[in-house]
Design a protein around this ligand. Structure first.
Ligand code: PEP
Ligand code: MN
Length: 278
Protein backbone atom coordinates (compact mmCIF):
# COMPACT_ATOMS: atom_id res chain seq x y z
CA UNK A 1 0.00 0.00 0.00
CA UNK A 2 0.97 3.63 -0.21
CA UNK A 3 2.83 5.57 -2.83
CA UNK A 4 4.27 3.50 -5.67
CA UNK A 5 7.96 2.80 -5.23
CA UNK A 6 9.35 3.54 -8.66
CA UNK A 7 12.60 2.38 -10.04
CA UNK A 8 13.37 -1.28 -10.13
CA UNK A 9 10.37 -2.64 -12.02
CA UNK A 10 9.92 0.36 -14.30
CA UNK A 11 13.45 1.68 -14.87
CA UNK A 12 12.75 3.39 -18.19
CA UNK A 13 9.76 5.45 -17.11
CA UNK A 14 10.87 6.15 -13.53
CA UNK A 15 12.87 9.26 -12.76
CA UNK A 16 16.43 8.31 -11.91
CA UNK A 17 18.23 10.37 -9.28
CA UNK A 18 18.69 13.90 -10.61
CA UNK A 19 17.08 13.10 -13.96
CA UNK A 20 15.41 16.19 -15.48
CA UNK A 21 11.94 16.23 -17.04
CA UNK A 22 11.77 14.81 -20.55
CA UNK A 23 10.16 17.04 -23.13
CA UNK A 24 8.18 15.03 -25.66
CA UNK A 25 8.20 16.79 -28.98
CA UNK A 26 5.34 16.29 -31.43
CA UNK A 27 6.06 18.53 -34.38
CA UNK A 28 6.37 21.99 -32.90
CA UNK A 29 4.43 21.04 -29.78
CA UNK A 30 6.56 20.29 -26.72
CA UNK A 31 4.87 18.33 -23.92
CA UNK A 32 6.56 19.07 -20.61
CA UNK A 33 7.84 22.49 -21.68
CA UNK A 34 6.69 25.71 -20.05
CA UNK A 35 3.64 26.03 -22.27
CA UNK A 36 0.69 23.87 -21.27
CA UNK A 37 -0.46 22.03 -24.39
CA UNK A 38 -4.14 22.26 -25.29
CA UNK A 39 -5.46 19.51 -27.56
CA UNK A 40 -9.00 19.87 -28.87
CA UNK A 41 -11.28 18.01 -31.23
CA UNK A 42 -14.28 15.74 -31.43
CA UNK A 43 -14.68 12.37 -29.80
CA UNK A 44 -15.21 10.83 -33.24
CA UNK A 45 -14.28 11.88 -36.74
CA UNK A 46 -17.64 12.07 -38.52
CA UNK A 47 -17.26 13.87 -41.84
CA UNK A 48 -15.08 16.33 -43.74
CA UNK A 49 -17.07 19.43 -42.87
CA UNK A 50 -17.18 18.59 -39.14
CA UNK A 51 -13.41 18.11 -39.02
CA UNK A 52 -12.63 21.26 -41.02
CA UNK A 53 -14.88 23.46 -38.90
CA UNK A 54 -13.84 21.97 -35.60
CA UNK A 55 -10.13 22.16 -36.44
CA UNK A 56 -10.48 25.85 -37.33
CA UNK A 57 -12.29 26.55 -34.04
CA UNK A 58 -9.70 24.62 -32.06
CA UNK A 59 -6.87 26.63 -33.63
CA UNK A 60 -8.73 29.93 -33.13
CA UNK A 61 -8.99 29.22 -29.38
CA UNK A 62 -5.21 28.90 -29.20
CA UNK A 63 -5.02 25.10 -29.04
CA UNK A 64 -1.97 23.66 -30.75
CA UNK A 65 -3.03 20.08 -31.42
CA UNK A 66 -6.04 18.28 -32.87
CA UNK A 67 -7.71 15.06 -31.73
CA UNK A 68 -10.40 12.86 -33.27
CA UNK A 69 -11.22 9.17 -33.09
CA UNK A 70 -11.36 7.09 -36.25
CA UNK A 71 -11.64 3.76 -34.43
CA UNK A 72 -13.87 4.07 -31.37
CA UNK A 73 -13.84 1.60 -28.45
CA UNK A 74 -17.60 1.47 -27.79
CA UNK A 75 -19.08 -0.53 -24.96
CA UNK A 76 -22.04 -1.57 -27.08
CA UNK A 77 -21.35 -3.19 -30.46
CA UNK A 78 -24.32 -1.44 -32.10
CA UNK A 79 -23.10 2.07 -31.23
CA UNK A 80 -21.18 4.12 -33.82
CA UNK A 81 -17.79 2.47 -34.13
CA UNK A 82 -15.98 5.21 -36.04
CA UNK A 83 -15.17 5.59 -39.73
CA UNK A 84 -11.93 3.60 -39.53
CA UNK A 85 -9.49 4.16 -42.40
CA UNK A 86 -11.82 6.72 -43.99
CA UNK A 87 -11.74 8.71 -40.74
CA UNK A 88 -7.97 8.55 -40.76
CA UNK A 89 -7.96 10.21 -44.19
CA UNK A 90 -10.23 12.97 -42.94
CA UNK A 91 -7.85 13.54 -40.03
CA UNK A 92 -4.93 13.83 -42.43
CA UNK A 93 -6.87 16.40 -44.47
CA UNK A 94 -7.71 18.43 -41.37
CA UNK A 95 -4.09 18.28 -40.31
CA UNK A 96 -2.98 19.60 -43.69
CA UNK A 97 -5.54 22.40 -43.72
CA UNK A 98 -5.06 23.54 -40.12
CA UNK A 99 -1.36 22.86 -39.66
CA UNK A 100 -2.16 21.24 -36.30
CA UNK A 101 -0.47 17.95 -35.43
CA UNK A 102 -2.95 15.13 -34.82
CA UNK A 103 -3.42 12.47 -32.16
CA UNK A 104 -5.78 9.54 -32.67
CA UNK A 105 -6.52 6.28 -30.92
CA UNK A 106 -5.27 2.99 -32.28
CA UNK A 107 -7.29 0.03 -31.06
CA UNK A 108 -5.92 -2.93 -32.94
CA UNK A 109 -2.26 -3.98 -33.15
CA UNK A 110 -2.84 -4.74 -36.85
CA UNK A 111 -3.62 -1.07 -37.54
CA UNK A 112 -0.56 0.42 -35.84
CA UNK A 113 1.57 0.76 -39.00
CA UNK A 114 -1.27 2.40 -40.94
CA UNK A 115 -2.10 4.87 -38.16
CA UNK A 116 1.55 5.62 -37.36
CA UNK A 117 2.11 6.52 -41.01
CA UNK A 118 -0.77 8.99 -41.03
CA UNK A 119 -0.75 10.90 -37.74
CA UNK A 120 1.70 12.50 -35.30
CA UNK A 121 0.84 10.73 -32.05
CA UNK A 122 -0.82 7.41 -31.18
CA UNK A 123 -3.39 7.31 -28.39
CA UNK A 124 -3.84 4.19 -26.29
CA UNK A 125 -7.33 4.36 -24.81
CA UNK A 126 -8.37 3.49 -21.30
CA UNK A 127 -9.80 0.18 -22.34
CA UNK A 128 -6.52 -0.84 -24.01
CA UNK A 129 -4.17 0.01 -21.16
CA UNK A 130 -3.34 -3.65 -20.57
CA UNK A 131 -3.43 -4.82 -24.17
CA UNK A 132 0.23 -5.79 -24.00
CA UNK A 133 0.70 -6.76 -27.67
CA UNK A 134 -0.74 -3.34 -28.64
CA UNK A 135 1.60 -1.54 -26.21
CA UNK A 136 4.59 -3.36 -27.71
CA UNK A 137 3.49 -2.56 -31.25
CA UNK A 138 3.07 1.18 -30.63
CA UNK A 139 6.40 1.24 -28.79
CA UNK A 140 8.13 -0.40 -31.75
CA UNK A 141 6.54 2.10 -34.16
CA UNK A 142 8.75 4.85 -32.74
CA UNK A 143 5.82 7.33 -32.77
CA UNK A 144 5.02 9.49 -29.74
CA UNK A 145 2.39 7.76 -27.58
CA UNK A 146 -0.41 9.23 -25.46
CA UNK A 147 -1.16 6.64 -22.78
CA UNK A 148 -4.54 7.07 -21.12
CA UNK A 149 -5.01 5.72 -17.64
CA UNK A 150 -7.31 2.73 -17.45
CA UNK A 151 -10.51 3.40 -15.55
CA UNK A 152 -9.55 0.64 -13.11
CA UNK A 153 -5.76 0.81 -13.07
CA UNK A 154 -3.57 1.92 -10.21
CA UNK A 155 -0.73 4.35 -10.86
CA UNK A 156 1.68 1.45 -10.44
CA UNK A 157 -0.08 -0.61 -13.13
CA UNK A 158 -0.16 2.45 -15.39
CA UNK A 159 3.61 2.84 -14.98
CA UNK A 160 4.11 -0.80 -15.94
CA UNK A 161 2.04 -0.31 -19.10
CA UNK A 162 4.20 2.70 -19.99
CA UNK A 163 7.27 0.56 -19.37
CA UNK A 164 6.00 -1.90 -22.04
CA UNK A 165 6.01 0.94 -24.59
CA UNK A 166 9.51 2.11 -23.71
CA UNK A 167 10.89 -1.41 -23.43
CA UNK A 168 9.69 -2.01 -27.01
CA UNK A 169 11.70 0.96 -28.24
CA UNK A 170 9.34 3.88 -27.70
CA UNK A 171 10.95 7.02 -26.33
CA UNK A 172 8.25 9.65 -26.43
CA UNK A 173 5.41 8.88 -24.06
CA UNK A 174 2.91 11.20 -22.43
CA UNK A 175 0.62 10.03 -19.62
CA UNK A 176 -3.03 11.10 -19.72
CA UNK A 177 -5.19 11.00 -16.58
CA UNK A 178 -8.88 10.70 -17.56
CA UNK A 179 -10.62 9.75 -14.34
CA UNK A 180 -11.13 6.45 -12.59
CA UNK A 181 -14.19 4.54 -11.41
CA UNK A 182 -15.11 5.10 -7.81
CA UNK A 183 -18.31 4.85 -5.74
CA UNK A 184 -19.27 8.39 -6.84
CA UNK A 185 -21.87 8.45 -9.65
CA UNK A 186 -22.37 12.24 -9.97
CA UNK A 187 -19.71 12.47 -12.65
CA UNK A 188 -18.81 9.89 -15.30
CA UNK A 189 -15.50 9.20 -13.54
CA UNK A 190 -13.58 10.64 -10.62
CA UNK A 191 -10.70 12.82 -11.80
CA UNK A 192 -7.61 11.82 -9.85
CA UNK A 193 -5.65 15.09 -9.87
CA UNK A 194 -3.39 13.50 -7.29
CA UNK A 195 -2.01 11.21 -9.98
CA UNK A 196 -0.63 14.26 -11.78
CA UNK A 197 1.41 15.26 -8.75
CA UNK A 198 2.61 11.70 -8.17
CA UNK A 199 3.60 11.03 -11.78
CA UNK A 200 5.34 14.39 -12.15
CA UNK A 201 7.40 13.36 -9.15
CA UNK A 202 8.23 9.72 -9.84
CA UNK A 203 8.55 9.78 -13.62
CA UNK A 204 10.47 12.06 -15.99
CA UNK A 205 7.71 11.98 -18.60
CA UNK A 206 4.99 14.58 -19.24
CA UNK A 207 1.49 14.18 -17.81
CA UNK A 208 -1.69 15.64 -19.28
CA UNK A 209 -5.33 15.47 -18.22
CA UNK A 210 -8.54 14.72 -20.11
CA UNK A 211 -11.28 16.51 -18.16
CA UNK A 212 -13.96 15.52 -20.70
CA UNK A 213 -14.09 11.78 -20.00
CA UNK A 214 -13.63 12.49 -16.29
CA UNK A 215 -16.62 14.83 -16.11
CA UNK A 216 -18.91 13.28 -18.68
CA UNK A 217 -20.91 16.51 -18.55
CA UNK A 218 -20.22 19.85 -20.25
CA UNK A 219 -21.09 21.71 -17.06
CA UNK A 220 -18.02 20.43 -15.22
CA UNK A 221 -15.34 20.12 -17.89
CA UNK A 222 -13.79 23.59 -17.49
CA UNK A 223 -13.57 23.34 -13.68
CA UNK A 224 -11.73 20.03 -13.93
CA UNK A 225 -9.46 21.47 -16.62
CA UNK A 226 -8.49 24.37 -14.37
CA UNK A 227 -7.85 21.97 -11.47
CA UNK A 228 -5.58 19.93 -13.74
CA UNK A 229 -3.49 22.94 -14.74
CA UNK A 230 -3.28 24.01 -11.10
CA UNK A 231 -2.04 20.52 -10.17
CA UNK A 232 0.82 20.81 -12.67
CA UNK A 233 -0.53 19.08 -15.77
CA UNK A 234 1.55 19.62 -18.91
CA UNK A 235 -1.51 19.64 -21.12
CA UNK A 236 -5.23 19.12 -21.59
CA UNK A 237 -7.16 16.87 -23.97
CA UNK A 238 -10.65 18.30 -24.43
CA UNK A 239 -13.54 17.09 -26.57
CA UNK A 240 -15.07 19.83 -28.70
CA UNK A 241 -17.27 19.79 -31.80
CA UNK A 242 -18.61 22.46 -34.15
CA UNK A 243 -22.14 21.23 -33.30
CA UNK A 244 -21.92 19.21 -30.06
CA UNK A 245 -25.62 18.31 -29.99
CA UNK A 246 -25.12 16.37 -33.18
CA UNK A 247 -21.97 14.54 -32.06
CA UNK A 248 -22.22 10.80 -32.73
CA UNK A 249 -20.38 9.92 -29.51
CA UNK A 250 -19.87 11.60 -26.13
CA UNK A 251 -22.21 14.47 -26.99
CA UNK A 252 -23.04 15.18 -23.31
CA UNK A 253 -19.44 16.04 -22.47
CA UNK A 254 -18.51 17.77 -25.72
CA UNK A 255 -17.98 21.54 -25.64
CA UNK A 256 -19.16 23.86 -28.38
CA UNK A 257 -16.76 26.42 -29.85
CA UNK A 258 -17.56 29.19 -27.36
CA UNK A 259 -17.23 27.01 -24.28
CA UNK A 260 -13.97 25.64 -25.64
CA UNK A 261 -12.59 29.14 -26.16
CA UNK A 262 -13.70 30.11 -22.63
CA UNK A 263 -11.99 27.04 -21.21
CA UNK A 264 -8.77 28.03 -22.98
CA UNK A 265 -8.99 31.57 -21.57
CA UNK A 266 -9.57 30.52 -17.97
CA UNK A 267 -6.95 27.75 -18.06
CA UNK A 268 -4.46 30.23 -19.53
CA UNK A 269 -5.05 32.49 -16.53
CA UNK A 270 -4.34 29.59 -14.16
CA UNK A 271 -1.21 28.65 -16.11
CA UNK A 272 0.06 32.24 -16.02
CA UNK A 273 -0.57 32.50 -12.29
CA UNK A 274 1.85 29.58 -11.95
CA UNK A 275 4.52 31.03 -14.25
CA UNK A 276 3.52 28.93 -17.25
CA UNK A 277 1.57 29.72 -20.39
CA UNK A 278 -1.08 28.03 -22.51
C1 PEP B 1 -11.50 9.12 -26.19
O1 PEP B 1 -10.50 9.83 -25.97
O2 PEP B 1 -12.38 9.42 -27.01
C2 PEP B 1 -11.70 7.92 -25.35
C3 PEP B 1 -12.38 6.88 -25.82
O3 PEP B 1 -11.17 8.04 -24.14
P1 PEP B 1 -10.94 6.94 -22.97
O4 PEP B 1 -10.10 5.87 -23.58
O5 PEP B 1 -10.24 7.74 -21.92
O6 PEP B 1 -12.30 6.47 -22.55
MN1 MN C 1 -14.86 10.35 -26.23
Amino acid sequence: MGAPQPGKRTPLVSRQAGQPDTIVQVGEVGFGANRVVLIGGPCSVEDRDQMARTAAQVAAAGATMLRGGAWKPRTNPYDFQGLGAEGLELLVEARRASGLPVVTEVLDPRDVALVADAVDMLQIGSRSIQNFPLLREVGASGKPVLLKRGMMTTIDEWLSSAEYVLAAGGKDLVFCERGIRTFEPALRNTLDVGSVAVLKDITHLPVIVDPSHAAGDVRYVAALARAAVAAGADGLLVETHCAPDRALSDSAQTLGPEDFADLATSCRAVARALGRDL
